[in-house]
Ligand binder design. Structure first.
Ligand SMILES: [Zn+2]
Length: 171
């Protein structure tokens, strides 16, 4: 025998085996903690059958619609509803090759100093940076920072100041 009653919070019709009467369950529809009512207390009151919010004792629900609804809910009541629902809606796992690609990329830096780009009188600073940026790809560039530094010029034995860039990128 099933106790058929309506959730006091969301009105969902619920059916549960009468052995569960008097115990607490989580409503499978709204998740609120609700009491399964004792059917005896209602059967002794005549005329309450017209009030479908009152618990009643039935071997078979009245109409096919409530029958199927009750049967459906009954199954839910025997299984922890929220945990099964959550696992079903869980985010689909990222395909392995995509995940691997994402995690393979690390943040790196590249320092390009102006003096390193001078080749026999030709200033290749812009060319070196242009080539580097093209190789890394615009989407992987995080930031480009200018820097200045001092170095010992071998010819003059003097400390000179020059400039360069620090490129932060993903690769
Ligand atoms: Zn409810």
């Amino acid at each position: 025998m099933d106790v058929i009653f309506n959730c006091p919070k969301c009105e969902q019709e619920l059916a549960v085996d009468s052995t569960g009467a008097g115990t607490q369950i989580n409503c499978p529809s709204c998740g609120n903690l609700i009491f399964i009512p004792e059917p005896e207390s209602v059967i002794s009151r005549p005329g309450v059958d017209s009030d479908n919010r009152a618990p009643r004792m039935e071997a078979h629900p009245i109409n096919p619609i409530s029958s199927s609804a009750a049967a459906k809910v009954e199954m839910h009541l025997r299984v922890p509803v929220h945990s099964t629902t959550e696992s079903l809606i869980g985010k689909p796992p990222i395909p392995l090759e995509v995940a691997a690609k994402e995690t393979d990329k690390k943040i790196r830096t590249k320092t390009i100093r102006h003096t390193d780009c001078i080749e026999v009188g030709h200033d290749k600073f812009d060319e070196v940076i242009t080539n580097f940026l093209a190789k890394v790809g615009e989407a992987n560039i995080i930031s480009i920072n200018t820097l200045s530094y001092t170095y010992l010029d071998i010819g003059t034995q003097k400390l000179l100041t020059d400039f360069g860039v620090l490129i932060v990128y993903r690769a």
